[in-house]
Design a protein. Structure first.
Length: 533
């Protein structure tokens, strides 16, 4: 029996989980009860982030998986906590979300497709609420909801630009315009990812805002009496999913908010479970550090108290060269900025130089020298080609930093919660993006006044913007600076505990590219699926 087919109860036992709290869903995946015991509770959290990626991505998931396999090879009991893949990028541009080469999750096909049904549960709960809203309006609006001020969309776990602007109840008294978002951008996804337990999930659902009343007050899920129906659909989905890496290392894959249009982190419950049962827990934030890493720290960590001991910053010569418009030396300035961004939060870091097959040795050495000049630890990683063995050098650097004897970094945030929303956005943009200023469109100014009037001005902000540039223009590149960013809208996400700030032309429902990955998928006569990687 290969490690890739290790029985899931064996994987659970490695984490010290009693079989009574593990519900296998076939031989290779399982749900774990929330009350799975506390074990020693001494795990140390490592956050994997990255420089700003190219469109193809720079391998954060592959590095995260390879790192935890490397830690295991060096004798450390580790676990990795990752997000669930979405069918949007799976069939769109990026393909599979389970790592690659010899550093991937198993069962990869199951995880990439329907997995344990969490995405379905989130989509169902979200759309049930949408149906209850329209039913309320059809029968006269007992909730007091103003039909012209409904903000709750519908969702679908697929890239479909045709659904960005739709009309519902066409030709009826309750006809109105609305939109579809992708499931990864649903507030229900964010709520599930950030909930501490079932009662916290209930409270978050109840306070979720669906629109505004005729009296100008926010209307919530509780006002529609929809909380328990949604909770019933989400109850099982709240339990973390246990799988494994190709080398048999425990992996908790749970919830999947995007890093550019949502908060980009796997669930709080999965991370806490792993920290109770492993020595080192590796987790990943979406896209570049200035976007996903910032959200991990300001949103997930601020709400949960889960502060990482260090950051692994993934870099590739390919991306650095691209950010320098073909000049690696110029592109290294991008690494400078992301190292400074990590240090702005008071966190130590190690640069993981993710090696691709065609990388030039001179380029790799140039990046290593430059990282050393920044007084940053650096290690190459070849986990895609070599699995955990190709990550041992990085794992050794991580263990050295974890065991340095220095006191763990204390939580440090870039803005106080009582700062005005506009000021919070300016602080992020000036500190992390290198921007000169942030301006609000007329629509965003109106949104800000509404939020302030409803007492939501002290929430943290979740910036939704392109992941391909520090600016709000995806074509501006990874060295953009001195720009003015435009906030086009502010959306309350009271259940999740933040305000979403839409920057530039960001869409919460992506579209398929000209040649979607879905066209490469093949199913053989014996049922084997190919083309998803």
């Amino acid at each position: 029996m290969t490690a890739a087919h290790r029985p899931i109860l064996d994987v659970a036992r490695e984490l010290g989980l009693d079989a009574r709290v593990v519900t296998p869903l076939g031989p290779a995946k399982a749900k774990v009860d929330l009350d799975a015991g506390h074990a020693n509770g001494s795990g140390r959290l490592v956050l994997v982030s990255a420089i700003e990626p190219t469109a193809a991505g720079e391998g954060k998931t592959t590095v995260s998986i390879g790192l935890v396999d490397g830690l295991r090879r060096l004798g450390s009991r580790g676990a990795v906590c990752l997000r669930e893949p979405s069918q949007g990028p799976l069939f769109g541009i990026k393909g599979a979300g389970t790592g690659g080469g010899k550093a991937h999750l198993e069962p990869a096909l199951d995880i990439n497709l329907h997995f344990t049904g969490d995405m379905h549960a989130i989509t169902s709960a979200h759309n049930l609420l949408a149906a209850l809203i329209d039913s309320d309006l059809h029968f006269g609006g007992a909730s007091g909801l103003d039909p012209a001020r409904v903000t709750w969309p519908r969702v679908l776990d697929v890239d479909d630009r045709a659904l960005r602007d739709v009309v519902v109840a066409a030709g009826k008294r309750a006809e109105r315009r609305t939109r579809f978002d992708i499931t990864a951008a649903s507030e229900v996804m964010a709520v599930l990812a950030l909930a501490a337990d079932q009662e916290d999930l209930r409270r978050r659902l109840a306070r979720t805002v669906v629109g505004w009343g005729r009296d100008g007050a926010p209307v919530t899920v509780a006002d529609l009496h929809a909380t328990d129906a949604m909770l019933a659909l989400l109850r099982e989905a709240l339990n973390p999913n246990l799988v494994q890496t190709a080398e048999g290392t425990p992996a908790l894959v749970h919830t999947g908010p995007f890093g550019n249009i949502a908060h980009g982190c796997s669930s709080v419950v999965a991370t806490r479970l792993a920290l109770r049962h492993a020595d080192v827990v590796v987790t990943e934030a979406g896209f570049g550090f200035e976007l996903g890493g910032e959200k991990f720290l300001h949103l997930k960590a601020r709400q949960s108290g889960l502060w990482p001991r260090l950051v692994v910053l993934v870099a590739t010569t390919r991306a650095l060269r691209a950010h320098g418009d073909g000049d690696l030396g110029r592109g290294l300035a991008h690494l400078d900025r992301q190292v400074a961004n990590v240090r702005a939060f008071g966190l130590p870091l190690v640069v993981a130089l993710n090696v691709f097959e065609n990388d030039e040795e001179a380029d790799l050495e140039a990046v290593e020298r430059h990282a050393a000049s920044l007084d940053a630890a650096v290690a190459r990683i070849t986990a895609y080609a070599d699995g955990g063995g190709g990550a041992e050098a990085l794992a050794a650097q991580v263990l050295e930093l974890l065991g340095s004897g220095d006191a763990p970094a204390q939580p440090h945030f870039l803005y106080p919660l009582d700062a005005p929303l506009h000021d919070k956005l300016r602080i992020l943009a000036r500190t992390l993006y290198g921007a000169a200023d942030v301006v609000l469109s007329d629509a965003a100014c109106r949104d800000q006044e509404i939020l302030r009037g409803a007492g939501m001005g002290e929430l943290p902000v979740c910036v939704a913007k392109t992941h391909l540039s520090f600016s709000d223009d995806p074509k501006a590149g990874g060295l953009a600076s001195g720009m003015t960013l435009t906030v086009t809208g502010l959306r309350p996400a009271l259940g999740a505990g933040f305000v979403v700030a839409l920057m530039g032309r960001i869409r919460t429902m992506p579209g398929l590219p000209r040649e979607p990955a879905a066209l490469r998928v093949r199913v053989s006569p014996d049922g084997r699926v190919s083309g998803l990687s």
